[in-house]
Ligand binder design. Structure first.
Ligand SMILES: [Zn+2]
Length: 513
């Protein structure tokens, strides 16, 4: 490809709203441009890079028995219509799709409204086979990240995420054991207070104690000894339901965990009138004595004895409220929001906050009730299904974030749009152009992909653009080196330059690429 004909110039300055390093670098390198509604256009350079990634994944999938299907399949439906017998399982299907997300245009490809991605699905006859194939898919993804020299971390739910400044999503990380998850779903270590015998309920006067802080101060008890009730209205199966979520007073509710536990489609804080309608009193409410409400408690609550909770009467609380004896819940599960400073659920070290972005999402293996097959004994069995989404756009941005210097991107060969950036330096004394053309043709015929800077421009301009675009190898053809039948070769990732005879260029590049 001749640079004089390439669509999409490099830019002297990044767009003023570009908040992430990857957006700045990719815009300046002539890889991406912002479009309407939070979309990004991948220019020819980025499109080549993404196609390279697709080709690599396709090769890996096909070599391990994967088969490509068209985009956006409802996989259970597809399995249900096309798999009858155990003999037709297992199957690995994959497709090149686009993921949609809420747009954050200032983040570049981390926040693009639409992002190129790969979906991978494993269909299997049993959990055991699922696990075997899941390991295989995980190793394909692991190899892929290794090739990109990308330090993506495994998340608690088995996906992969990349930690970077301004990456847009709050994560909780343990620097000791590398535990990582989004803040909304991260777990934290929870320790029950020392066990006590359950004491009798006792009503106490607590005027103006509308908050946990005021209550704890008034009664001179730690917040750990209180129960916090959070009232939400959830939409479940199309119907609005009032929900009491109960946590220990020193913990905050993760609404994402609550939505997930309730399988709710929507969640909002309940209004005072909704709370009053069930006989509870805002500021003094608890599930004690309340009926007709969905109660969901954090899993630490059943281990916490003699808590102070609302008395459902203005100005009063109850001491010694105990789960099971005084009230029960429809659901007991982890509801607590993990925060920096809480302890790691795996190794108990303090957790830290970080910003990150999900690169690979997974949905866990489960039997699909609506997709069945007939087993060896003629019995109908559910097909086990698991899925992955690998976000190529975000992966590209993550590589840009982690492979750069102050001059531009330093792309690994696996993702670079071209192997070689060939710089021709015009000369008034000798014809350097025809030598450069020859070298370009030779390298291309040898199988290298070459971006040939054939523009009649200053050396400084050309070198700056080569650095911005970030191909792994830069070859410079100029008067000084041609006098010695040589070219100058510089690897983008290194500072040293080598003088290499023209006949040895291909070998040198092969050895160093
Ligand atoms: Zn840890």
């Amino acid at each position: 490809m001749k640079l004089s004909e390439l669509f999409g110039p490099t830019l002297r300055k990044a767009p003023t709203n570009a908040e992430t390093k990857s957006y700045q670098l990719m815009a300046r390198g002539g890889y991406i441009r912002a479009a309407d509604n939070g979309n990004f256009v991948t220019l020819p350079l980025a499109t080549r890079s993404l196609n390279k990634l697709r080709a690599r994944i396709r090769h890996e999938m096909e070599s391990r028995g994967g088969q490509e299907i068209g985009a956006h399949a409802n996989i259970a439906q597809l399995a249900s219509g096309n798999i009858q017998s155990y003999k037709e399982l297992p199957q690995i299907l994959y497709s090149f799709d686009e993921t949609e997300q809420e747009a954050h245009p200032r983040l570049g490809l981390f926040g693009a409204a639409h992002s190129p991605s790969i979906s991978i699905h494993v269909l299997a006859e049993s959990e055991e086979t699922q696990i075997k194939f899941q390991k295989m898919v995980a190793s394909i993804i692991e190899d892929f990240f290794d090739k990109l020299d990308l330090d993506a971390k495994e998340t608690d739910c088995g996906g992969k995420a990349f930690i970077a400044e301004n990456a847009g999503v709050d994560y909780i990380h343990c620097t000791q054991c590398d535990y990582l998850d989004t803040q909304e779903f991260a777990r934290r270590s929870k320790s029950a207070l020392s066990a006590e015998d359950a004491r009798e309920l006792e009503k106490v006067v607590t005027p103006d104690a509308h908050t946990i802080e005021a209550l704890a101060t008034l009664l001179n008890i730690p917040k750990e000894k209180t129960a916090k009730a959070v009232f939400m209205t959830a939409t479940i199966d199309g119907e609005e339901k009032l929900v009491f979520a109960i946590l220990r007073g020193d913990m905050d509710l993760s609404e994402a965990k609550l939505i997930s536990a309730l399988k709710a489609s929507d969640l909002r804080p309940a209004t005072d009138s909704e709370i009053s309608a069930v006989g509870a009193v805002p500021g003094y409410a608890s599930p004690v004595g309340i009926k007709g409400v969905l109660v969901i408690v954090d899993d630490l609550i059943p281990q916490s004895t003699n808590l102070v909770a609302g008395a459902n009467e203005a100005g009063f609380h109850l001491r010694n409220v105990n789960y099971e004896r005084d009230y029960t819940a429809n659901i007991v599960t982890d509801l607590a929001l993990a925060k920096a400073g809480d302890n790691c659920p795996k190794c108990n070290s303090p957790l830290v906050a970080a910003e990150g972005i999900e690169l690979v999402g997974t949905s866990p293996a489960q039997p699909a009730d609506d997709a069945t097959y007939t087993d060896e004994n003629g019995k109908g069995q559910p097909t086990w299904v698991s899925s992955w989404t690998v976000d190529l756009g975000r992966i590209f941005a993550a590589v840009a974030e982690s492979h750069n210097d102050k001059y531009g991107m330093i792309l690994p060969p696996t993702i670079a749009p071209y192997d070689i950036h060939l710089v021709w330096l015009p000369s008034k004394k000798i014809d350097t152009r025809s030598d450069a053309e020859d070298i370009y043709l030779n390298l291309t015929n040898t199988g290298f992909t070459v971006l040939f800077d054939d523009r009649d421009a200053r050396a400084g301009t050309k070198f700056n653009d080569a650095d911005l675009i970030g191909c792994p190898v830069r070859i410079t053809v100029g008067e000084r080196t041609l006098e010695e039948d040589s070219v100058e070769i510089k690897m983008r990732a290194e500072n040293d330059k080598a003088l290499i005879e023209i006949d040895d260029i291909a070998n040198y590049v092969l050895e160093n690429l």
